[in-house]
Design a protein around this ligand. Structure first.
Ligand SMILES: Nc1ncnc2c1ncn2[C@@H]1O[C@H](COP(=O)(O)OP(=O)(O)OP(=O)(O)O)[C@@H](O)[C@H]1O
Ligand SMILES: [Mg+2]
Length: 458
């Protein structure tokens, strides 16, 4: 047997020490923060390739979901750590690389924030933190997550993957992003863009999904059914259309006077599409979110994009980013979404005339236009009975129905509400005299308003 000699043992020890010092010299760092990262990755910070993903601020919840799912899969016991001493928004990599030279950035606690995950739910997300984990191939990586800091002018959230090899970092990033899409918190939700309290900042908020029955929407016979047939489509029909190479994208325009039930109908449709992701856009400001909405609608298909009061942007002559008037921009976005995407646009307007020219110049975006007119006599009676409910004592509605020719559905609702108030105050029932009194009052108020608007009264 060849036992190692004292000399050989000494040499081996010396070699190990040398290697250790070398390795140490390679990754060692004066700052425990920088050392924690460099030691795990096994390479000096300056040599770590930059693999990052920058996402809009509203995607923070999804980024966190993706990272959480990744950690659960590859290192369920991993513990986050943080950076103390950050006063302004600084990318994590910059904080790490300067941690050695300036003592400002130190190993610290993880900074958390709250992100919405539904209309009434929220989750904790890492605002600034790092975690040591492993790549799919087992090599060591450190993940850094940084939320947006809108007050400091940073409107994106960030994922940084610190690995010795770029390809390793990229593989980790891809897996996290795939997991984020799989766990997307926006899927199947009703969402609206708006500005946060900080001027100009982007915010995607969750709205509760309306819950309505068909009998709550009073339209002429067959109208609601045809709208519903156009928009609400079973998954089987979608699959069949795809199979036969037919386009999926749809465009519905609801037009009619104010208060006739366009928004009401949209709300009903949304309650009939529980699995669809919905985006609600309104007002002139909505043009700013158009592009982001179209991208999200595609990502989260099947989806519905509701553009309320689209005539508002038809009047807006200001040019958009692509140099188009706003309405053309909308119509172009509708087209750009691609016919194979399962995205439905629902537009509402009470000024269809102002849109005719634009719609004619950009044909094919709207494949069903439905007028929602003022209610006819039969609809007025249905509205009266709907809003009066079981308390209504009105064997013959025809005199009141005849007296309300030309009013809108929302007028009927308000009329019944006043009659209910009167009947409660007087102790009488919700009967014809109560309705008659409320109607007289409402009509005379409305006439006074009309007169004063027309300048007929001082
Ligand atoms: N067809 C209808 N059936 C039942 N209720 C209706 C109907 N139309 C309107 N209403 C009632 O009136 C309210 C206002 O109507 P809605 O907001 O849908 O009007 P609109 O057509 O969207 O008007 P605008 O053009 O001003 O946006 C509804 O919330 C609903 O309570
Ligand atoms: Mg409306």
């Amino acid at each position: 047997m060849n036992l190692p000699t004292e000399d050989a043992r000494g040499m081996a020890r010396a070699l190990t020490e040398l290697l250790d010092t070398g390795r140490h010299a390679l990754v060692a760092s004066g700052s425990p923060l920088a050392a924690r990262v460099a030691d795990h990755v096994g390479c000096p910070l300056a040599e770590i390739p930059n693999v990052a993903e920058h996402l809009p601020s509203w995607d923070h919840a999804n980024l966190q979901c993706g990272v959480d799912a990744y950690l659960a899969r590859h290192s369920p016991d991993a513990a986050w750590f943080g950076i103390a001493g950050s006063r302004h928004f600084t990318p994590v990599v910059d904080m790490l690389t300067t941690a050695d030279t300036n003592g400002q950035y130190r190993l610290g606690a993880v900074d958390y924030t709250t992100v919405a995950t539904g209309p009434a739910t929220a989750a904790e997300a890492v605002q600034l933190g790092l975690v040591c984990t492993a790549a799919p191939d087992g090599s060591p990586v450190v993940l850094a997550v940084q939320g947006a800091e809108e007050a400091r002018g940073e409107d994106r959230c960030h994922l940084q993957v610190l690995a010795a090899e770029r390809s390793t970092g990229a593989a980790v990033r891809e897996e996290i992003l795939t997991l984020a899409r799989e766990h997307d918190v926006f899927r199947g939700q009703v969402l609206a863009f708006g500005a946060s309290e900080h001027r100009g900042n982007r915010l995607l908020t969750f709205l509760p999904r309306p819950s309505m029955r068909a009998d709550q929407v009073v339209l002429a016979d067959g109208v609601l059914a045809s709208i519903e047939h156009h928009v609400v489509r079973s998954a089987e029909r979608t699959a069949a259309l795809r199979e036969h190479g037919q386009h999926l994208k749809r465009g519905l325009l609801l037009y009619g006077p104010p208060g006739t039930g366009k928004t009401h109908t949209v709300r009903y449709l949304l309650s009939r599409l529980p699995a669809c992701t919905v985006f609600v856009l309104s007002g002139v400001a909505m043009i700013r979110w158009l592009r982001a909405t179209a991208a999200l609608a595609r990502r989260l298909e099947p989806s519905v994009v509701v553009v309320e009061d689209v005539d508002l942007i038809a009047h807006d002559r200001s040019m958009t980013m692509s140099g188009n008037p706003a309405l053309f921009e909308l119509l172009d976005e509708m087209d750009g979404i691609g016919s194979e995407a399962d995205v439905t646009f629902v537009l509402t307007t009470n000024r269809v005339d102002t849109m005719e020219e634009a719609l004619a110049q950009r044909p094919g975006r709207v494949d069903l236009a439905v007028e929602i007119p003022k209610p006819d006599a039969a609809c007025r009676e249905r509205l009266l009975r709907l809003y009066g409910g079981p308390a209504l004592r009105l064997p013959d509605a025809s005199p009141l129905v005849a007296a309300t020719d030309g009013v809108t559905a929302s007028f009927v609702r308000e009329w019944v509400r006043r009659a209910v108030l009167k009947s409660v105050t007087s102790g009488s029932g919700l009967d014809e005299p109560a309705l008659r009194a409320a109607l007289d009052e409402l009509m005379s108020q409305q006439q006074a308003l009309t007169r004063s608007m027309l300048g007929g009264r001082r």
